[in-house]
Design a binder for this molecule. Structure first.
Ligand code: ADP
Ligand code: ASP
Ligand code: MG
Length: 407
């Protein structure tokens, strides 16, 4: 007998028939003698609708009320799945974040899970009752409802598995595992049987939304065995998240990710002197603007140069506002912003041992006539910023160039 957490995403619970299908998958695990906690997302499209309504009423709404609204989608699916389970004689009850409780930070809209109280749930699981937990939500120190950021039900599931000391956490979604690239964009993408936590962390944070980044962090820290599986073909496929040491053949590139949520700001003719970077990035940090890639040119005359950095599209207006206010301290001549850009990244733990990996990327993009605007690297990834129009072309070309195409 094992204790397991099963998580079902939006498409898996998109309508009543699919909720019934999920109930059957849960029943199978219960019939096999397992204790089961299930985490559900809102029905697909539901969260988008709730976000849009909130923004429509007021773009500058209170984040606490945003959370009250957008957490509602998960309440519905948790209740419906509990009803569906009871209807097929599997004892079950729904749990909202505050009822467990799942305590989070007060950062409404993207709260972090701080602590999950396991006793109540464990007691019920031991009695043979399935716990159907609303994903994506928790409770702040002041008792207000919080949400965990888009895609946050993955994190709810992994955190719950850690708190319950579950034997495994199965993430059921609309693809049968983690692929070398988003299979919606690259038809030749291949499913990976295993992926190292470190690689999955990079893939997720660089745009592969199959798992929320924080869920991977959580799995890595708490050593939770996580599998990604298909709800619609549960007996086939799957990808296991594992330690680097469990991967025998370390390819230079394991996966490719991309994100369109990028914007670029260039400051022209800033003084080339100590303290200038601090005068730009200090105020941005204070305003909570996330800065990702940065390049600064060498000045020709040693006096003035240009500096480019990227942030997310949703933060672009705020970033421009901050920079304009700090203009007297920075002393730039002009500001150019551009959100017609996207970031493409190659990721692989084998990169550490294989020189020349980045060069293949640059050459491949050059052959397609794609200009690289900014580059950033880490030990196991290379990212480039390019014109958004070329994302799909770039991703497919790189997928072939690194030998990732399915036969
Ligand atoms: P859920 O609603 O189940 O949480 P998501 O839509 O959040 O599902 O995530 C699954 C989607 O992630 C897939 O449909 C796929 O298009 C996308 N995806 C992006 N990159 C990858 C990848 N490398 N492997 C698998 N799926 C990916
Ligand atoms: N329903 C939430 C969202 O759409 C959480 C999730 O699906 O994981 O972002
Ligand atoms: Mg998701």
């Amino acid at each position: 007998m094992a204790k397991i957490v099963m998580k079902f995403g939006g498409t898996s619970v998109a309508d009543v028939a699919r909720i019934r299908n999920v109930a059957l998958l849960v029943k199978r695990e219960v019939d096999a003698g397992n204790q089961v906690a299930v985490v559900v997302s809102a029905m697909s499209g539901e969260t988008n609708k709730l976000v849009a309504w909130t923004r429509e009423i007021s773009p500058l709404h209170d984040a606490r009320e945003y959370d009250t609204v957008v957490a509602a989608g998960e309440q519905i699916t948790a209740g419906l799945l509990a009803v569906a389970l009871n209807a097929i004689e599997v004892p079950a009850r729904s749990w909202l974040g505050w009822q467990i409780p799942i305590r989070t930070s007060a950062m409404h809209g993207s709260a972090r899970i701080v602590d999950i109280e396991p006793d109540l749930l464990n007691e019920r699981l031991a009695q043979g009752q399935v716990a159907v937990v609303a994903g994506f939500q928790g409770i702040a120190p002041d008792n207000r409802i919080t949400t965990l950021g888009r895609g946050g039900s993955d994190t709810s599931a992994v955190a719950l598995a850690a708190a319950l000391k579950a034997d495994r956490c199965d993430i059921y979604t609309d693809v049968d595992g983690v692929y070398t690239c988003d299979p919606r964009i690259v038809a030749k993408a291949r499913r990976l049987q295993k992926i190292a936590f470190e690689e999955m962390l990079e893939l997720a944070s660089l745009g592969a939304k199959v798992l929320q980044t924080r869920s991977v962090e959580m799995a890595m820290v708490h050593r939770v065995p996580v599998r990604v599986l298909s709800t619609f073909d549960a007996d086939n496929g799957g990808t296991l998240l594992c330690d680097e040491d469990d991967i025998v053949e370390k390819n230079p590139v394991t996966g490719i990710a991309y994100t369109r949520d990028e914007a670029k700001i260039t400051l022209l003719k800033i003084p080339d002197q100590p303290g200038i970077a601090a005068s730009i990035f200090g105020p941005l940090a204070e305003a909570g603007v996330n800065v990702d890639m940065i390049v600064q040119n060498v000045s020709e005359d040693g006096r003035r140069t240009d500096l480019t950095f990227t942030t997310t599209r949703s933060e672009l207006d705020r970033a421009i506002d901050v920079i304009r206010k700090a203009a007297p301290q920075i002393g730039y001549k002009d500001l150019i912003s551009d959100n017609n850009v996207a970031k493409v990244s190659i990721i692989g733990i084998g990169m550490r041992a294989h020189p020349g990996v980045a060069q293949t990327m640059f050459k491949t993009l050059a052959e397609k006539g794609i200009n690289i605007q900014v580059i950033s690297t880490s030990e196991i990834k290379v990212s480039v910023l390019i014109l958004e129009d070329y994302v799909e072309l770039a991703v497919r070309a790189l997928h072939s160039a690194y030998g990732l195409d399915a036969a």
